[in-house]
Every structure is written in C-alpha cells, then in structure tokens.
Write a protein that binds this ligand. Structure first.
Ligand code: SF4
Ligand code: SF4
Length: 433
C-alpha cells in the first residue's frame, strides 16, 4: 500500500510504501535477553541482583536511586550471566543485564487476572503502576508515575490520549488503538482514575471515525467522561503543540497528561492483569524484510531475532531504523535489544534508502517552507555548527518540535533536526535563557 504524508506547512508530500500490519502474536522467547538498565529518562538505576544469580520471570532486577524511577524486571527466567555495556535503540550506551533463558515461567500461562480498577483506591493504582515499571512513551520516555504524581499537584487535570502515531511511518499506536481498543481505553481510564480526573480527551486523526464513536468510549469508562476530538492528518499532528491546537478552547488552559496507546495498554496490563512490563508490541517491517508483523516481544530480545521471525532479509539491507522513518534513529548492530520504548523497526533496502553523502546547503529554502514552527532550520544549524548562539537562535532551537520535516525535504541530506535535537539535549542553548 502506498501512503502520502502531507506536511502541515507547504504543499510538499512524501510517499512511503506501507505494508498493512498483521498481528501475529507472541514472538519467540529469546535464548538470551539483554535488558538495558536505561529504559527512560529516570535518574540513576542500580541493579539489585549480581552476576551468577538465578532470576525468576518478572523478578525485580534494578531500581532507581530516587523515587519515581522506572523499575526493571527480568523478562525471562534464567541466570544472570553478566552486566555489559550496550548501545540502545536510541543510540545511547547503557549497562544491560544479560539473562540466559532457563527454568520455568511464573507469569506465562498463569490464569488471567481481572483487577477492578474502577473501585480501587487511587493510591493503590499508582503503587501498582510504579511496582510494574510502566513507562510513558508519548514522546520523551519517562516513568508514568512521575507524570501522575506531578499531575496530582494540579486541580482539574485532563488526560489527553493521542490515538495515532507521532511519526506516521511507525504505525504501531494507530494499530494498538484499533486492535486493543478496550484495553487502551480502560488503560487511559485507570490513569485518569489515579489522578482523580473525570475527563479524557481522545484525539484521532480522522482515519477511523467509525471506530472511535464517543458511545464506544462511554461504555468502558463508567463515571469518566470521554471527549472525542478529530484532528487532520497533516504531518506533524501528534505532538503536544498540535494536539492542543486541535482542542476546544475550554481545555487549552488545563493541566494535561499526554499519553499514547502503547502507554495505556501497558498500564492496563500492569493494573488489570497484574503483569510487570516484560514485553511490548513492536511493528517490524520494511522493503528488505520478507514479511511485516506486529509482534509481542520480550524486553531484551535482539533485533536479529525479530528479523528471523519475519522470514529474514528479502534483499540486502541498507539500514535499520528504530521508531519511525521520520523521527527515528538508525542502528548498525543487529544485537541491539528491544526496550520498553521500542515501537517499530524498519529494515530498509538500498533502493529506498541508499547510502548517501551529505552535501553543502544550496539555499533552496525548502526546510524554511516546511517547518511548522516557522523557524529557519538552516540558520539555526549554522549557528550551532559555528558556535554562534545568540538569544534569538537559542529561542529558535528550543522551539523546535523535532518533527523532522526539514530533514525529510532537504535535497542536501543535512540531518537538520538531529543537529537541533543534540543542541537541545547537550544544553548548548541553556546558558542564554
Ligand atoms: S524539526 Fe524543528 S526545525 Fe525542523 S521542521 Fe520540525 S520544528 Fe522545524
Ligand atoms: S532544505 Fe537543505 S539545502 Fe535547502 S535551504 Fe534547507 S538546509 Fe539548505
């Protein structure tokens, strides 16, 4: 299937070939899981097991040194062979626990539980979400309880659920919102209940209007009011700023907690099914892959295992892209493990994603025309490269939404949004604020 992605500004479109994701269930268990201890923005996480220990499926193996940090559990039973440094899917290096599969399962095959969240105390839901290690993957990953506790300090918080993908090439969140509608809506409901808020805004991108009728949400949420909002499907439409623009005026000044279907589903599994975050759904596709699939994958499973499970390479691969072709990152190592924040893997071929050189800017102005924030990406990037960051430039860098539109259209292949993102992360602009 061919899909056209229309940019919010300018008449430019990009065309991508998009296979329809098929849900094929559980991925094979990895013989060895590499579990990164750096799953989100949590402060320092420390292991609480040592090399040579036996670990049970779901056993807590690492926790933060501060409150609100994400807890890490053993995704498979086995023995902990070593701790080693790895490069995660986001390119950051971290310590990982290497667990070799052996022994019996405590959670797999257990009788399904069905915890009644609507009558549970708020504090109990928060305790469970913390205990099970749920991470928010709406944008920058962070522990969900961190967001919930911050929201409880405000009056009249509203939950905002984006029912589609931030990067449309990712496809996973749109898929989960439809395929696991009940679980996603209940997951959002229990998060709202934990904050004691009675309103949830569900924002969809106009493609599945029939599937997202307000009455369907109401049936599942009891006393919580669903408000269904439609946004257009120009890119970008899923970041905070664009979602706020799509809302009715009465909501725009409220304190908001933004979540995506992946987070809502994890919250549902943690609270209703009493399961720690041991796996996640990942959409695996791309022109160099034999077949596309959405797989339920144990955390720590290497990318190579998923490629094998999808029939292997159909042709020579040129690049592996994690979490979307527009905003994602490339990885080189097939042993890169799945983390709590991995949503998609694209295996690209040489025809659709050739090796390319980066050329000098030809001043075509296309990046300027396409930027939804009305920034001049090239001016900002040149200032970063030349270390000439004025207050005005710093303001521009901080306004960047990292949507990647500029990079997508640049004929010189300059990785504009990656450079701006690095400048924000490394705090190059901070001193001037
Ligand atoms: S990544 Fe930043 S600079 Fe580039 S188009 Fe998006 S908002 Fe503009
Ligand atoms: S799109 Fe690329 S080549 Fe054109 S002005 Fe922007 S940075 Fe320069």
């Amino acid at each position: 299937m061919t899909r056209f992605i229309r940019f919010r500004r300018s008449m430019e479109t990009i065309t991508i070939s998009e296979p329809k994701p098929e849900h094929t269930g559980n991925a094979f268990l990895p013989p060895v899981a590499l579990v990164s201890l750096n799953q989100d923005s949590s402060a320092e996480i420390r292991p609480i097991v040592i090399e040579g220990n036996r670990v049970r499926e779901g056993q807590l193996i690492a926790r933060g040194v501060q409150p609100d940090c994400t807890r890490i559990h053993a995704p498979i039973p086995g023995f902990l062979r070593s701790f080693k440094n790895i490069q995660g899917p986001d390119g950051a290096s971290s310590l990982a626990a290497e667990i070799v599969l052996s022994g019996s399962f405590d959670i797999l095959g257990r009788k399904e539980e069905n915890y009644q969240w609507k009558t549970a105390p708020e504090s109990e839901i928060i305790r469970i979400l913390e205990d099970k290690g749920v991470v928010s993957t709406f944008d920058e990953p962070e522990p969900l309880v961190h967001l919930i506790r911050a929201a409880k300090k405000h009056k009249k918080t509203i939950i905002v659920v984006r029912m589609f993908d931030l990067d449309p090439t990712c496809q996973l969140d749109s898929f989960l919102a439809e395929k696991f509608f009940v679980q996603v809506v209940e997951g959002a409901g229990l998060i709202a209940h934990s904050i004691n808020t009675k309103e949830i805004l569900f924002i969809h991108d106009d493609k599945k209007e029939d599937a997202f009728k307000e009455s369907k949400f109401k049936e599942l949420l009891g006393t919580i009011d669903p408000i269904v909002v439609k946004t257009d499907n120009r890119y970008p439409s899923g970041n905070r700023k664009q979602l706020i623009l799509a809302m009715d005026e009465q909501f725009k000044k409220r304190n908001m907690v933004f979540i995506d279907p992946s987070t809502a589903l994890s919250a549902y599994e943690a609270v209703v099914k009493n399961k720690p975050v041991l796996y996640r759904h990942v959409f695996v596709s791309g022109p160099a892959l034999s077949r596309a699939a959405v797989l339920k994958v144990r955390i720590g499973t290497p990318v190579a295992n998923l490629i094998m499970e999808c029939g292997g390479f159909s042709t020579n691969p040129s690049r592996i892209v994690i979490n979307g072709l527009i905003t994602g990152t490339s990885v080189l190592d097939l042993s890169t493990p799945i983390t709590k924040t991995t949503k998609s893997i694209h295996i690209m071929d040489k025809e659709t994603c050739p090796e390319y050189n980066v050329y000098s800017c030809i001043r075509c102005g296309r990046c300027l025309q396409v930027c939804p924030m009305y920034l001049d990406p090239m001016e900002l990037v040149e200032a970063v490269k030349n270390d000439q960051i004025t207050k005005q430039i710093a303001k521009g860098i901080d306004a960047c939404q990292h949507c990647g539109c500029c990079t997508m259209v640049c004929p010189s292949r300059i990785p504009l949004h990656h450079i701006l993102s690095d400048a924000q992360i490394t705090g190059k602009t901070g001193a001037l604020q």
